[in-house]
Design a binder for this molecule. Structure first.
Ligand SMILES: Cc1cc2nc3c(=O)[nH]c(=O)nc-3n(C[C@H](O)[C@H](O)[C@H](O)COP(=O)(O)OP(=O)(O)OC[C@H]3O[C@@H](n4cnc5c(N)ncnc54)[C@H](O)[C@@H]3O)c2cc1C
Length: 359
């Protein structure tokens, strides 16, 4: 049996933010992560030298509408740059053949330089070395006889914690983590009903020697009814590494990599011209294959954007010993980077306040 004041389950952005906030207030934490890497839905395509050259998870932030994002970026010393959106888009499948047309992007949309992976790296960098434990899949939380919470993970000694923050996706919690019987059936139902944003999505990053589409007045944006990408965007890195990214319309059960790759290249060639037939790299990241992110309910249900969930998702449970803080629990921008930052921060502050009050 090991012990900690604060245990955090899930080392995605919300869990990392929570650990960082706790650390800054002098409270050490144990951050337990099921996967062998940190970052959760934030993952990056990297060059041989380790630099970020593409985003396999999120790309965009909306700083004018998301106060938490610019605050954290400034604190962590990270910059933003614009989503390239100059020139015409291509509409694919709306007429006989692809059609060029202006299609303005969203106001306020920006990118983190060189990608959201830098946010994960910076958030983790200040944590003491023994904070994060990967390969630790929490399967159950029990009430210990002294009131603390006992965390179980196969192959690991039980961990006794004064307070626990669950930063794992809510549907994963509902399907995979056994909670103490005092957690009401209504709350269990609420957890299972909250979709995990983008959990079943597949994203393709297609790298090129140069951003050839810009040379012919195209923005790189494609809106398609034919697929396999239902939309694509310029994804060129700030240092100039040319790329596009697209969201895959093909459902999870039909995402065989080789034919999907060929169909994506054929679609980009149809829409952007023959230069598109010669990518330097094509990477398809299928999030539906991520055991600890995509729940069965996400994989088999229709894609749903998370709505703002009930207050119970932001409240303390079990006498203020347990909180949830995945992005989907946030009151603002649930399911987004902003939501993960705000939820991780708020839950850590609530737990720290209880811990300091008890001291
Ligand atoms: C393809 C894609 C595109 C997106 N685009 C955008 C975008 O443009 N802008 C935007 O703002 N957001 C976007 N998002 C959403 C954004 O990535 C998420 O809101 C954010 O990363 C969620 O962070 P989180 O920490 O709440 O959850 P997650 O990143 O899901 O982290 C949860 C962590 O918990 C771990 N875990 C699960 N179960 C257990 C367990 N039993 N024990 C221990 N650990 C466990 C998981 O392995 C994971 O590391 C996108 C997401 C995807 C996948």
């Amino acid at each position: 049996m090991t012990e900690t004041q604060l245990a955090i389950i899930g080392a995605g952005l919300a869990g990392l933010t929570a650990a960082r906030v706790a650390h800054e207030t002098g409270i050490p934490s144990r951050l337990l992560e099921a996967s062998d890497r940190i970052g959760g839905r934030i993952d990056s395509l990297r060059s041989a030298g380790g630099g970020i050259v593409g985003d396999l998870g999120p790309t965009w932030i909306w700083p004018p509408f998301q106060p938490g994002v610019p605050r954290w970026l400034e604190k962590l010393g990270l910059d933003t740059f614009e989503q390239y959106d100059h020139g015409e888009a291509v509409l694919d499948g709306f007429a006989d053949g692809p059609v060029r047309q202006p299609l303005p992007g969203q106001h306020g949309m920006a990118r983190i330089a060189p990608g959201p992976g830098a946010l994960v790296d910076a958030m983790a960098a200040a944590l003491p070395d023994d904070t994060i434990q990967t390969g630790c899949a929490v399967s159950a939380i029990h009430r210990h006889e002294d009131g603390r919470l006992q965390i179980e993970a196969p192959g690991q000694p039980p961990l006794l914690a004064e307070r626990v923050l669950i930063a794992a996706p809510l549907r994963i919690v509902a399907e995979r983590i056994q909670l103490p019987p005092e957690v009401s059936p209504q709350l269990q139902d609420t957890l299972g009903a909250m979709p995990t944003w983008m959990a079943a999505q597949a994203k393709a990053v297609i790298r090129y020697p140069r951003p050839f589409w810009r040379e012919s007045g195209l923005s790189g944006r494609i809106a398609s009814r034919l697929g396999p990408l239902f939309e694509a965007h310029d994804h060129t890195a700030p240092e100039g590494g040319a790329a596009l990214f697209g969201f895959v319309a093909t459902p999870p059960e039909h995402r065989d990599r080789a034919p999907l790759r060929e169909a994506i290249i054929a679609q980009l060639t149809r829409c952007l011209g023959p230069d598109a037939a010669l990518p330097s790299e094509v990477v398809i990241h299928d999030w539906a294959e991520e055991t600890w992110i995509c729940a069965d309910a996400d994989r088999h249900g229709p894609p749903e954007h998370p709505r703002v969930g009930p207050d119970a998702l932001r409240a303390g449970h079990l006498d203020g010993r347990l909180w949830f803080c995945a992005a989907e629990t946030a009151e603002q921008s649930p399911g987004l980077i902003e939501g993960a930052l705000l939820a991780g921060e708020a839950a850590a502050r609530a737990a720290v306040q209880r811990l300091q009050g008890a001291a």
